[in-house]
Design a protein around this ligand. Structure first.
Ligand code: DAK
Length: 257
């Protein structure tokens, strides 16, 4: 499948999704969001074992939702746009393998929210992130008000959202908004290695870990612990569980499926 505004490359079980509108700093218009939605389904159907999300060009990861498109939206149109954005963010968050945001430049508004929906965020030294919506007269609408406080804490999230602060890579690392910062020209290789490493791990166990970690955010701790018990016991009898434990007992490296 080919799309005009994104690229999907699948190689060695790693799916790399690149938002490809560099002239608009990869801003997310409807066409791009629909393409992302389709590409995520394709990557899932292809059984990708790790997902990388990044932006084309030298300046931006994703500079946000498309402001030109949004400026005259009515409330019903805005609702449809919000649903599409939520669908994409949810598809990343529930993607059945770890998702890594390779934040290679500006990640504002909806772009920051896409990164927040990923499991891991690796930023280049040039990255600048922020929930900048306030100065456009709106608020984060693709999950930022929910996911940002979980990541950086409630007070800092309020500060970032209320002021629309733009945070450079150094501060983003200090705030916990990204997990790692690497040199700009090393970002792609670094993330590719990380993704390859994840793709070599036992896939059902990795998926169970992601599901359980996601469940921890959803409700009470007791419900989360019950979910953890279920996925944990469900892994017994899988090839990788048997092989991983047998290899440990036999003091050798495991060979996973
Ligand atoms: N949308 C559309 N076009 C954008 C864009 C954006 N978000 N950001 C940049 N561009 C376009 C510029 O208009 C310009 O286009 P041309 O004039 O060349 O045609 C081109 O990209 C290059 O941008 P600049 O000339 O401005 O480049 P600079 O290097 O000078 O500045 C910048 C880069 C990223 C600092 C600046 O462009 C900027 O501040 N951009 C806006 C960033 C921003 O505020 N992003 C947040 C957007 S609001 C919703 C839920 C969620 C959302 C919306 C709805 N619902 C619930 C319905 C999310 C909202 C957002 O994301």
């Amino acid at each position: 499948m080919a799309w005009d505004t994104i690229r999907l490359d699948i190689e060695d079980d790693v799916a790399t999704l690149t938002v490809d509108r560099p002239d608009a700093l990869n801003a997310l218009n409807v066409e791009t969001l629909e393409a992302l939605d389709e590409a995520l389904s394709t990557a899932e159907d292809e059984d990708a074992r790790a997902l990388v999300l990044t932006g084309a060009g030298e300046k931006a990861f994703v500079a946000g939702a498309d402001i030109g498109y949004m400026q005259d939206l009515t409330t019903p149109e805005a609702q449809a746009y919000a649903e599409l954005g939520h669908r994409v963010a949810d598809a990343i968050e529930t993607f059945p393998a770890p998702a890594i945001a390779a934040v290679n430049g500006y990640a504002f508004g909806g772009g920051c929210e896409l990164a927040l929906a990923c499991d891991l965020r690796v930023a280049s030294e040039r990255a600048v992130l922020g929930q900048t919506e306030i100065d456009l007269g709106i608020v984060p609408g693709w999950g930022g008000t929910q996911r940002l406080p979980r990541l950086v804490g409630d007070e800092l999230a309020r500060r970032l959202i209320f002021f629309g602060e733009r945070v450079d890579a150094t501060d983003a690392l200090e705030y916990g908004l990204v997990g790692e910062v690497v040199a700009h020209d090393q970002l792609d290789d670094y993330v590719a290695d990380l993704a390859a490493d994840l793709a070599s791990k036992p896939k059902f166990a990795l998926r169970a870990a992601k599901d359980a970690l996601n469940a921890a955010r959803e409700g009470s701790q007791s419900a989360g612990l019950a979910y953890e018990r279920r996925v944990w016991s469900g892994l017994f009898g899988t090839h990788d569980q048997r092989e991983g434990m047998k290899a440990f007992v036999e003091k050798r490296d495991p060979t996973f499926e």
